[in-house]
Design a protein around this ligand. Structure first.
Ligand SMILES: [Zn+2]
Length: 409
């Protein structure tokens, strides 16, 4: 996905996030790519008849209108688009006016769940998840008949390429010399390994900087022969974390591989977190190129001084913008998710209005992106990740340089 599309997708999510319904009347419908449209329509008609029992007249009317609008939109589809879609519908407040909106979002990645959700806000978590940087691993499964190359992105497996071989079976035809047969068979096997190596290189090399590692699966001794024969590009070869026994070498083999290599992948990820935190801590210890805490990191980010932004996956804060209705002065604050606060204009002594609210992870990573800073998300499952979350507030940075002058607070 291009960065412009990504940006537009982000902006769209932010817009939807800002909407609030008066009651539980904003509908979000997640449709994965393989879902049957007729089944969905049936379920929505069922919801529509149940909506007649809603006590509040306004909520009842709005939910029904939302469901009817979605049913109408669904008529234009015989099957979901390539990545599935998310349909939102409801009555929202836009610049002080109530307006019924219905929109179809085709996200950059496949919709992972089927879900009908009705609440006072739109349900956007699975879409926001798509924006978080994914951990990538290369996957190869191979036996002498077949090979499949894939990539693990977060929790999702994508098949990149596959091929089958011309290697003859172990049993020769009558009349062939067994020595000659074995020789031909070995040549065919070598040719197949070479082909798979080229295929894997072509598919995975573009990701080489992001790949945390590669795992190779298959029966013995095939996978060992493939690995030891150096059929992979040397930059990929040194990323190989492990060879794992799996029974299948088609797409299902990739799933089997990820399942069996779970601990290895988790460990590789923990090692990555460990290394990042060690680098950060050593800078902190010598009062060097490190910053932590939201206001300090934000200051360095905006100056373009951040090399790597370290964010805790468990951060649940929002950046809230207020405006004075009288003088128009604006103020920004960081608050815990879904917390509201009364802010008074210092000049006029009257309450300021909330005019915007964004997930702080999105907000900070967007600044980072525009400044060319790398963003790394750390879980709180590792000791190091926990230190980032508890001791440094979940927001820290390794700096490119340390600007002189006073820090803005
Ligand atoms: Zn004011």
């Amino acid at each position: 996905m291009t960065s412009r599309l990504l940006y537009e997708f982000k902006r769209k999510l932010e817009e939807l996030e800002s909407y609030k319904g008066k009651g539980t009347e904003l509908i979000t419908l997640y449709i994965p790519p393989d879902k049957n449209i007729a089944d969905i329509a049936n379920q929505l008609r069922e919801e529509l008849s149940q909506a007649q029992n809603i006590k509040s007249k306004q909520t009842r009317t709005n939910v029904s209108a939302g469901l009817e609008a979605i049913l109408n939109r669904l008529k234009q589809y015989r099957k979901p688009p390539e990545h599935g879609m998310v349909i939102i519908s409801g009555v929202v407040n836009v610049n002080g006016r109530e307006k019924h909106i219905t929109e179809i979002i085709e996200p950059p990645e496949p919709v992972p769940i089927y879900k009908y959700h009705c609440d006072s806000t739109f349900y956007l978590e699975p879409l926001k998840d798509m924006l978080r940087e994914k951990k990538l691993y290369g996957l190869i499964v191979i036996d002498r008949r077949e090979a499949t190359v894939g990539i693990l992105k977060g929790r999702r497996i994508e098949v990149l390429n596959s091929d089958t071989s011309m290697v003859p079976g172990k049993h020769r035809q009558g009349g062939q010399s067994s020595v000659r047969f074995e020789r031909l068979r070995e040549i065919a096997i070598h040719e197949f390994y070479k082909k798979v190596g080229d295929m894997a290189t072509e598919s995975l090399l573009p990701y080489k900087d992001q790949l945390l590692g590669i795992v190779i699966g298959g029966p013995s001794p095939t996978k060992e022969e493939f690995f030891e024969g150096n059929y992979l590009h040397h930059e990929l070869q040194r990323k190989v974390l492990a060879l794992v026994d799996v029974g299948y070498t088609d797409e299902s083999g990739l799933y089997e591989l990820v399942e069996k290599a779970k601990d290895i992948l988790e460990e590789a990820d923990l090692i990555r977190e460990k290394k990042l935190m060690q680098r950060f801590m050593s800078e902190v210890a010598k009062d060097g190129l490190a910053a932590y805490g939201e206001s300090e990191v934000r200051y360095y980010l905006q100056m373009g001084a951040v090399d790597i932004l370290l964010l805790s996956e468990d951060l649940r804060y929002e950046r809230v913008r207020y405006r004075c209705p009288k003088c128009g002065n604006e103020k920004e604050l960081t608050l815990k998710e879904n917390i509201e606060k009364q802010i008074v204009c210092e000049k006029d002594g009257i309450a300021m209005e909330e005019v915007g609210r964004r997930d702080i992870v999105l907000e900070l990573s967007e600044i980072a992106e525009s400044m060319g800073s790398r963003v790394e998300f750390l879980s709180t499952e590792s000791e190091e990740g926990e230190v980032l979350f508890k001791a440094f507030g979940g927001i820290a940075a390794i700096l490119r340089f340390k600007p002189t002058g006073n820090k803005q607070q």
